[in-house]
Design a protein around this ligand. Structure first.
Ligand code: C2E
Ligand code: MG
Ligand code: MG
Ligand code: MG
Length: 282
C-alpha cells in the first residue's frame, strides 16, 4: 500500500504557536551546546547492511542519537529538521563526519574493513568547507575515501540542482560514494536519475516494510532493481523487518538489505559484538 509513502511533515499549530516556537528555539540552543560540550549526549549508532551476494556485513549506516542530560530522548527526525532550519546542521554534520571517519579508522585498526554511510543535507554539501573537512578527516585518520558513502535524499538533490551536482562530483574525487536515500517517495524523474552522479539507490522503507504482504511493493522492488542495475547503480533496501521480505530481495537480486530483521542501529561496541555473533553463525 503506497499510500503510506507520503513524507512526514512537522505540524504547526495555530493555538499555542508561540510556546511551540519557543520550545523549538530552546531545543536548537540545547543542540548547539551539546555539540560544543561533546559530552556523550550526542552519539552515533551503526546499522549493518547485508551484502546479499556474499552474505557478509561490509557496510553500515551511521545514525545519530541524542539523549539529553535529563535522560529524555529527542528523535533525530525532530532535531535534524530543526538543525536544518537553523543552520546548526553544518556543525552537526561536521561532528558526524569526524566521529564516523575516526570510527572507520578504529575498526580498520582492529582488522575490520567496514564502509560507513553518513547522512547529509543539501546545505552541507553546498559549503566548500564540507569537502575540505571530509578530506582533512580522511587524511588525518588514513581512511580511504572509498570507505565512506554520502547519503542524500531526493529532496536534497533538487535544491540547487546544478550546484549540487558539481559539489557531488567534486566529493567523488575523494573516492567517496553517493547514495540517493529514500528513493521512490520524492520527485526524481527518470531523466534526472540518469544524470545524477550517484552510485547507489536506497529504496525508501515504505516499499519494504510490508514487502512480504504486498504484490505492488514486490513489483516496485523488482522494477527498481532492474532499472538501478541498468543505470549502473547498486540497490539497497531499508526497512527489512522479516525473513520473507529478505527472501524476496534475494530473489530479486537486490544488492544490500538493511533493517530490524538483521539489527537495529547499535553503538559501536555493541555493533562489534553483534558482528562477531553474525560472523560465527554464518
Ligand atoms: P534515513 O537516513 O532514511 O534512515 C533510516 C531510518 O529508518 C532510521 O531512523 C533507522 O533507524 C530506521 N530503520 C532502520 N531499519 C528499520 C526497520 O526495519 N523498520 C523501521 N520501521 N525503521 C527502520 P532514525 O535513526 O530515526 O533516523 C531518521 C532520519 O533522521 C534518517 O532517515 C535521516 O534522514 C535522519 N538522520 C539520522 N541520523 C542522521 C545524521 O547523522 N545526520 C543527518 N543529517 N540526518 C540523520
Ligand atoms: Mg539514510
Ligand atoms: Mg532512508
Ligand atoms: Mg528517511
Amino acid at each position: 500500500d503506497t499510500a503510506s509513502c507520503e513524507h512526514k511533515t512537522i505540524h504547526y499549530y495555530q493555538e499555542g504557536e508561540d510556546e511551540e516556537h519557543l520550545e523549538r528555539l530552546a531545543i536548537i540552543d540545547e543542540l548547539k551546546q551539546a555539540l560544543v560540550d561533546d559530552d556523550g549526549q550526542l552519539f552515533m549508532t551503526y546499522q549493518p547492511k547485508l551484502n546479499i551476494k556474499t552474505n557478509c556485513i561490509d557496510k553500515v549506516e551511521s545514525l545519530i542519537r541524542w539523549q539529553r542530560k535529563d535522560g529524555q530522548w529527542v528523535s533525530p527526525e525532530l532535531f535534524i529538521d530543526l538543525a536544518e532550519q537553523s543552520g546548526v546542521i553544518v556543525e552537526l554534520t561536521s561532528w558526524v563526519v569526524k566521529t564516523v571517519v575516526s570510527q572507520v579508522a578504529a575498526w580498520q585498526q582492529q582488522g575490520i574493513t567496514m564502509q560507513a554511510a553518513i547522512n547529509v543535507s543539501a546545505q552541507d554539501i553546498a559549503y566548500p568547507s564540507f569537502y575540505s573537512h571530509l578530506a582533512k578527516q580522511l587524511e588525518k585518520h588514513a581512511v580511504n575515501g572509498r570507505l565512506i558513502t554520502i547519503e542524500l535524499t531526493e529532496r536534497d538533490m533538487i535544491e540547487n540542482e546544478e550546484q549540487g551536482i558539481k559539489a557531488l562530483e567534486n566529493l567523488k574525487t575523494l573516492g567517496v560514494k553517493i547514495s540517493l536515500d529514500d528513493y521512490g517517495v520524492g520527485q526524481t524523474s527518470l531523466g534526472r536519475l540518469k544524470s545524477l552522479p550517484i552510485d547507489e539507490l536506497k529504496l525508501d522503507k515504505c516499499f519494504i516494510l510490508q514487502l512480504d504482504q504486498s504484490r505492488q511493493d514486490q513489483y516496485i522492488v523488482q522494477s527498481t532493481v532492474t532499472l538501478g542495475h541498468q543505470l549502473g547503480f547498486s540497490v539497497v533496501a531499508e526497512g527489512v523487518e522479516n525473513k520473507d521480505s529478505l527472501d524476496i530481495l534475494v530473489q530479486n537480486k537486490c544488492d544490500y538489505a538493511q533493517g530490524y530483521y538483521l539489527s537495529r542501529p547499535l553503538k559501536s561496541e555493541q555493533f562489534l559484538q553483534w558482528l562477531e555473533v553474525y560472523n560465527e553463525a554464518s
